[in-house]
Ligand binder design. Structure first.
Ligand SMILES: Cc1cc2nc3c(=O)[nH]c(=O)nc-3n(C[C@H](O)[C@H](O)[C@H](O)COP(=O)(O)OP(=O)(O)OC[C@H]3O[C@@H](n4cnc5c(N)ncnc54)[C@H](O)[C@@H]3O)c2cc1C
Length: 499
């Protein structure tokens, strides 16, 4: 492995040269929105040092993407305020930029790259960040590299998309040690105390020349509030104001760390017993912070391995590819790492290799065939999209799950599976069910628009699963009912909160 980061994390976006006359190295932070365990930052710092240039980090938030809303803006802006503090003690110039007028950010990256020696940008395989990195990154006038900080394994490592969690697990177990040693247990921050500082006058002059209006700190602070102050600040931007900020979820690395710490030290021991119980808040709840890059899976794994005093001698090679037993950790830690690494990174792997990861064609052939064969089956109940969105069905368990999505921007994992399966049962056909699940989840979920969103939604339709007994509507795709869920788990508390 290369001294800075693994070469598999680096994607060269164009064939342009480094501009040795550039004023700075530019790091455009679009998805790895943090200081620690950030490989884009590590790479950018190393290059800035080599080229003897200052480093400018611009964290941006646009308004012109499909699901832009108060919920997303509030969460990301809270993260920017944390990052501002984190970068304050370094010699790196950090500028948070939120588009507050239509098209204000258009051309910003191109304009800044004219002054850059080289551009570093976060690599992310879905939604708006993937459009930015693939479309804009390739057109810039200087050398541009996209860096993957998404998972413990680089997205490209497997060489192709994995069809099953088992095949991904085998690759994980065969390769993870070197990544643990170099990237998880190694330094989480690059050495940056000897970096040149970009003079304030210089960046102000450049901003004037390219007509770049900085986002006022005072406005950022107001927009980070979750009460009427925040709502009022965001009201001037053309985004979806009906999707309001979630009260108990504040974005940012600081909150992510506290949540992670609390989970690892207070809840993790019971994870395998409790994680599927909808009425217990037994999981980490970290998916929104993971999605926006406010916390790295590396930091979570580091804390779990440290807590368990793990070392490589505990590995049981005979369990290679198995869901449990390979790490030599407690049952709960192994179960959690299987979700955090295998299942989470299976989604990144799939989205990286399959451009069609949000389309019907990404389903395995058996699933497409069986769902199409059953597309005309009789349905006792059919709902419109609006009825579903407003949680207006005859099923109290489903309505509660939908209410949780609307109010808290998340659904408990077990109920999230049921939520999807019922949409498949109630939508006019499976392709419409797919579109509706994506629309509902991408609009309302704080962790939506993520590779895991599409892993989950397409799992409902058969991806990464096997064929089961054939039945109406579902064909051979796995079936779930609210009745069996109610029998399996005590839902009383959950229904009381979310009905
Ligand atoms: C229909 C459907 C839609 C989903 N949409 C999303 C989504 O938009 N965003 C999202 O992050 N996850 C999604 N999931 C997967 C899963 O429900 C969530 O990741 C999990 O509930 C998040 O809660 P947590 O952070 O407390 O998870 P924990 O149990 O604490 O797990 C830790 C982390 O591991 C990852 N993880 C856990 N379970 C899964 C899983 N089944 N698949 C992939 N990764 C997993 C997540 O990053 C999670 O934050 C979806 C699942 C389904 C069935």
């Amino acid at each position: 492995m290369n001294s800075i980061i693994s070469p598999l994390r680096i994607r060269q976006m164009n064939s342009k040269n480094i501009n040795l006359d550039g004023d700075f190295v530019l790091y455009c932070m679009i998805s790895t929105r943090r200081l620690k365990w950030n490989f884009s930052l590590k790479y950018a710092v190393e290059m800035a040092r080599k080229l003897d240039k200052p480093l400018l980090v611009v964290e941006s938030l646009n308004m012109n993407h499909k699901w832009a809303s108060d919920r997303i803006h509030n969460f990301v802006i809270n993260g920017m305020l944390d990052n501002r503090i984190d970068f304050e003690n370094t010699s790196i110039t950090y500028i948070p930029f939120v588009e507050t007028k239509s098209n204000q950010g258009k051309g910003l990256l191109q304009n800044l790259s004219d002054f850059s020696a080289l551009v570093v940008i976060d690599d992310f395989p879905t939604y708006f960040p993937s459009i930015v990195v693939n479309n804009v990154g390739s057109k810039l006038p200087v050398m541009t590299v996209a860096i993957d900080s998404n998972g413990i394994l680089p997205m490209k490592l497997a060489g192709k998309e994995c069809i099953t969690a088992h095949s991904f697990r085998r690759i994980l177990h065969k390769n993870v040690l070197q990544y643990l040693e170099n990237e998880v247990l190694g330094e989480c921050l690059p050495k940056m105390d000897d970096l040149k500082k970009l003079p304030v006058e210089k960046i102000n002059m450049i901003a004037k020349e390219i007509n770049w209006e900085f986002t006022p700190l005072e406005w950022l602070w107001r927009a980070s509030q979750q009460d009427s102050i925040g709502i009022d600040a965001l009201s001037s931007i053309n985004i979806d104001h009906n999707v309001y900020p979630v009260n108990n979820k504040m974005g940012g690395s600081k909150n992510a760390f506290m949540k992670m710490n609390d989970f690892v030290h207070k809840k993790l021991n019971n994870y395998s017993k409790e994680r599927n119980k909808p009425s217990e808040k037994a999981t980490s709840g970290l998916s929104p912070w993971l999605h926006f890059g406010h916390i790295s899976p590396h930091e979570i794994v580091f804390n779990i391995l440290s807590k368990e005093k793990w070392d490589a001698g505990l590995i049981n090679e005979s369990r290679i590819g198995s869901r449990s037993g390979w790490w030599g950790l407690s049952e709960s830690s192994e179960g959690f790492l299987d979700q955090l690494i295998t299942w989470r990174e299976l989604g990144f792997n799939f989205a990286h290799f399959r451009r069609d990861h949000t389309s019907w064609t990404s389903l395995p052939q058996w699933a497409q065939d069986t769902l199409e064969a059953h597309s005309l089956d009789y349905k006792e109940e059919v709902y419109t999209f609006e009825e579903l969105e407003s949680a207006n069905t005859s099923d109290p368990v489903w309505n509660a799950a939908q209410n949780q999505l609307i109010r808290e921007g998340i659904i408990q994992n077990y109920l999230r599976m049921l939520w999807g399966k019922k949409i498949l049962q109630w939508a006019p056909d499976a392709k419409t069910a797919m579109t509706w699940m994506i629309q509902l989840n991408d609009r309302w979920a704080l962790d939506g628009r993520d590779p895991n969103s599409y892993t989950g939604i397409f799992w409902v339709l058969g991806r990464h699963d096997r064929a089961w007994f054939e039945r109406p509507i579902f064909g051979k795709v796995r079936y779930m009912t609210s009745n069996s869920t109610s029998k399996k788990y005590n839902l009383e508390k959950y229904l009381k909160i979310y009905s």
